[in-house]
Design a protein around this ligand. Structure first.
Ligand code: UDX
Length: 438
């Protein structure tokens, strides 16, 4: 089977490598020539465990190719996936510029039937726009070539993208013809060994499913953060509450961790976009608006706690250490990360910052410049520090040697934004320990 995937970002590259690994002939397309050159040499532009090996293996096997020109390869494709970016506009709506550009290229160069599948997260109604743009170009050329559009939102998570793609809970596909359904069933067949389901539906429902899923997950997090903040006031422990409610099968155990806020490329963007879609339809998503507000506040909750320790006017001149800069472990992605909010707040308050992340140091340098001190490891980061703030729960932060840290720090204060440490152990080592929801 021959498929092209346009856009070699997270979703595009992972999908391309995974489809190729099941035997499909995949051509990944990107307008960024430097990126395509690098990929041809096996240099992967993003950090994702296992991705380099998978790309190189399938390239060597001849099943994964890279090009800058969709037009050149279009004739040999049965399916074209569009996995280009949909950055938020200033008003929070998804910018469809790139998605529609791909549609235009297809319309201008199409010579035989193809299914055009949108994998990018796009608002309801986008497939219809894609269809219209392709048709417009075909009409302009005066040709009549049949094609189908489809929607296949992607649910993979950064950091476990390959595993998520290879054994998904489900695959959602919105189609409008039997022919497209047949082709997509064939493409996803190799994954059926892993016992998952392909759920076929109409296109608007598929487009909506992705936003609803991410918004539901973001809602769970903000809800738990709200509960956590209340737990602190009434003397309850959010970890106990989580265990208590998570064992109810209707609620489930996953995605109930209180912390210092959610970030990343998806939740913040998708929640905003859904609110915007609703507003545009004369409906107000009250729950989601609150989800956003709670998350905004939660990103500075560690700052509030630090103020509680040192007094709001007592932060000036302090040295503060940050462990974890990426929005979550196993990625170098800092989009919408809590670290970005905390860095600005702490610098504004007159603190000096010593920061460390296992992989996001370059990314942080790019975004923040030399206003903070980049440390060579987690122990270097706590040198002469007045407070250690844990923002991202990387594995290597889970079992630190507290004796060493106690000696290195100027003041023994640990504020744990992901609830991974044992209060008793820290207190035994003379630390003042604060966490979330306890
Ligand atoms: C998310 C969705 O999970 C995925 O299905 C979709 O395709 C893209 O968006 P991702 O952004 O990669 O994936 O990360 P995820 O692991 O979902 O975490 C998102 C954020 O939520 C992180 O900042 C994480 O720290 C936070 N989080 C997650 C919590 O605060 N508590 C939790 O219980 C779970």
């Amino acid at each position: 089977m021959n498929i092209a995937i346009v856009g070699t970002g997270y979703v595009g590259l992972v999908s391309g490598a995974c489809f190729a690994d099941t035997g499909a002939n995949v051509t990944c397309v990107d307008v960024d020539a430097a990126k395509i050159d690098a990929l041809r040499q096996g240099n992967i532009p993003i950090y994702e465990p296992g991705l380099d090996d998978l790309v190189v293996k399938n390239m060597k096997a001849g099943r994964l190719k890279f090009t800058t020109s969709l037009a050149d390869v279009l004739d040999s494709q049965q399916i074209v996936f569009s996995a280009v970016g949909t950055p938020p506009d200033e008003d929070g709506s998804a910018d469809l510029k790139y998605v529609l550009q791909v549609a235009r290229t297809i319309g201008r160069n199409l010579n035989k039937y193809v299914v055009v599948v949108t994998k990018s997260t796009v608002p309801v109604g986008t497939a219809r726009k894609v269809r219209a743009v392709i048709q417009e170009e075909l009409d302009r050329r005066g040709v009549d070539i049949p094609f189908d559009v489809a929607s296949n939102p992607e649910f993979l998570k950064e950091g476990s993208a390959i595993k998520d793609f290879m054994s998904p809970d489900r695959v959602v596909v919105g189609v409008e013809s039997e022919k497209a359904k047949k082709l997509l069933t064939k493409l996803y067949k190799p994954f059926l060994i892993n016992n998952f389901r392909v759920i076929f539906m109409d296109i608007p429902s598929a487009e909506m499913t992705k936003y609803a899923a991410n918004s539901m997950l973001a809602t769970r997090i903000s809800f738990m953060n709200d509960i956590a903040n209340l737990c602190e006031l009434v003397g309850a422990d959010v970890n106990m509450v989580r265990a208590g409610i998570g064992s109810d099968g209707r609620i489930g155990r996953k995605f109930l961790y209180a912390g210092c806020g959610y970030g990343g490329s998806c939740f913040p963007k998708d929640v905003k976009a859904l609110i915007h879609t609703a507003d545009g339809n004369g409906y107000s998503m009250e729950v989601l608006k609150a989800v956003e507000r709670v998350n905004e506040r939660q990103k500075s909750i560690l700052f509030e706690k630090l103020c509680r320790v040192y007094g709001a006017d007592g932060l000036k001149g302090l040295t503060v250490s940050l462990w974890g800069l990426a929005f979550k472990p196993e990625t170098d992605d800092m989009r919408e990360s809590t670290a970005l909010v905390m860095i600005e707040k702490l610098l504004d308050a007159g603190c000096s910052l010593r920061v460390y992340d296992p992989v996001a140091m370059d990314e942080c340098r790019r975004r923040v410049g030399d206003r903070v001190t980049y440390c060579k490891d987690m122990y270097d980061a706590v040198l002469d520090s007045d407070a250690l703030l844990l923002l991202t729960e990387w594995k290597e932060f889970r079992l630190p040697c507290w004796e060493v840290i106690a000696k290195a720090m100027n003041n023994r204060v640990v504020i744990d934004g992901r609830n991974i440490y044992d209060a008793e152990e820290l207190e035994e080592n003379g630390f003042k320990y604060l966490c979330i929801g306890k």
